[in-house]
Design a protein around this ligand. Structure first.
Ligand code: UGA
Length: 420
């Protein structure tokens, strides 16, 4: 079976690389020539564990190619669309990249080629695409194949999903989708209509975002009454109906998915009063401001203060800073002087925040500072030599907005430690 994948972001690139490693003849298409050149040389443009290995294996086995052109479309049995669907200023999803790809593809597809939507799209989008193609005189089936991989563990999530969701209507489409996922033998496969498949993706992300907003509110309550949020979270998650996922408190959820998907679902259903989604969205938007209030309560006036920051990406193991709570918090701390370090996201942050200082390593970030802020949950921050950090800081204050560090160890060294 031959496949083409349009869009080489996290979803498209990972899907393409993995499918090619399963032996499918795969071409990944992207308009960005620089990216395609890099990929053709076996290099990954994104920081993602195991991805480069999958790409170079695919190239070596002659099953993976990259192109800026749509030449592979006429010979493809399945065309996956994995282009971005970012949010517009009003919060709704921007489907212009998707429709522009469909315009290109529709000129070239053969009669029985199946279009598979991997991008996250608002409910009814596949039906609308089907009607759009019909107006062009095309009868091709449009399948919704929602993706649940996380950045930072994208390849292993793609290889080991909890379930595979396929929205389609014809037996031919079902057979082709079963063929492409034939090696995912033990993974539950849910076949449904395209609208339900689209809703499942939004519901999953919205539910996880709700869990995070909820646990963050519990952290505020623990702080008010004097409880331990990490213990609460652990005990709560032991209830199998609740589970431990997405129950870690922090400075709010970020990234290119939860914020935009919650907002897109609210906007795609304006006639319905989505009380829960709106509350989750509002609560998460408030969170960076609340975090800054907490910081001010601890260190006092920001003016004249030097703050060391560890962590810029929206979560660990990625260089992505889209909707990163760290970036929002730093922007709100503009009256102080910031010296920041991140293991992977410094280059991206330099473009977004050109007016702060960047340190070569965590120890340099701490040097001379009045407090050290932990904003991203990188594991390597746990293993730093905090005796050295203690000796470098002007005031030994650590504010850990990820509850990442061992506070007992830090207190023994002499730090004033504040978590959530
Ligand atoms: C999320 C979903 O988890 C994936 O299943 C989905 O496929 C993806 O969106 C998508 O729609 O493409 P991702 O954005 O990569 O994946 O990252 P997550 O690991 O879910 O984290 C999102 C945000 O929530 C991060 O800012 C993270 O720090 C925060 N978070 C996560 C918490 O604050 N607490 C938690 O317990 C978990």
């Amino acid at each position: 079976m031959k496949i083409s994948i349009i869009g080489t972001g996290y979803v498209g690139l990972v899907a393409g690389a993995v499918f090619s490693n399963q032996g499918f003849d795969t071409c990944c298409i992207d308009l960005d020539a620089e990216k395609i050149n890099l990929l053709s040389s076996g290099k990954s443009p994104i920081y993602e564990l195991l991805l480069e290995e999958q790409i170079s294996n695919g190239i070596k086995n002659n099953t993976l190619t990259f192109s800026t052109r749509y030449d592979s479309i006429p010979n493809s049995d399945l065309v996956f669309l994995a282009v971005g669907t970012p949010d517009l200023p009003d919060g709704s999803a921007d489907l212009s990249y998707l429709y522009s790809a469909i315009d290109q593809v529709s000129k070239l597809i053969k009669k029985n080629t199946i279009l598979v939507i991997k991008s996250t799209v608002p409910p009814n989008t596949c039906q609308n695409i089907k009607k759009y193609l019909e107006k062009k005189g095309l009868e091709n089936e449009v399948v919704m194949n929602a993706e649940f991989l996380r950045q930072g563990s994208a390849v292993s999530d793609f290889l080991n999903p909890d379930r595979i969701i396929i929205g389609c209507s014809s037996p031919e489409a079902k057979d082709k989708m079963l063929e492409i996922y034939k090696n995912w033998r033990d993974v539950p496969k849910v076949f449904t209509d395209t609208t339900t498949a689209e809703m499942i993706k939004y519901a999953a992300n919205s539910f996880l975002a709700t869990k995070i907003a909820f646990i963050n509110e519990m952290a505020d309550l623990c702080s008010y009454f004097g409880g331990d949020i990490d213990m609460l979270s652990y005990a709560l998650g032991l209830d199998k109906r609740i589970g431990h996922g997405c129950l870690k408190t922090g400075p709010g959820y970020g990234g290119s998915c939860f914020p935009k998907d919650v907002s897109a679902l609210i906007h795609s259903s304006k006639d319905i009063n989505n009380h829960i989604l709106k509350a989750v969205h509002h609560s998460n938007n408030q969170r960076p401001g609340l975090m800054v209030e907490k910081i001010k309560q601890i260190i006092g006036e920001l003016k004249g203060k030097k703050i060391g920051v560890l962590g810029l990406s929206f979560k660990a193991n990625t260089d992505d800073i889209r909707f990163s709570p760290a970036i929002k918090i730093i922007s709100l701390l503009k009256d102080s002087s910031i010296n920041a370090f991140d293991p992977a996201a410094m280059d991206n942050t330099k473009k977004a925040l050109p007016n702060i200082s960047y340190a070569k390593n965590p120890y340099e970030a701490a040097r001379g500072s009045d407090c050290l802020l932990i904003l991203t949950d990188w594991d390597e921050f746990k293993d730093l030599d905090y005796n050295v950090i203690f000796s470098k800081m002007a005031k030994p204050v650590i504010i850990d907005l990820r509850n990442l560090l061992d506070h007992q160890k830090l207190k023994k060294i002499g730090f004033s430690y504040f978590g959530l």
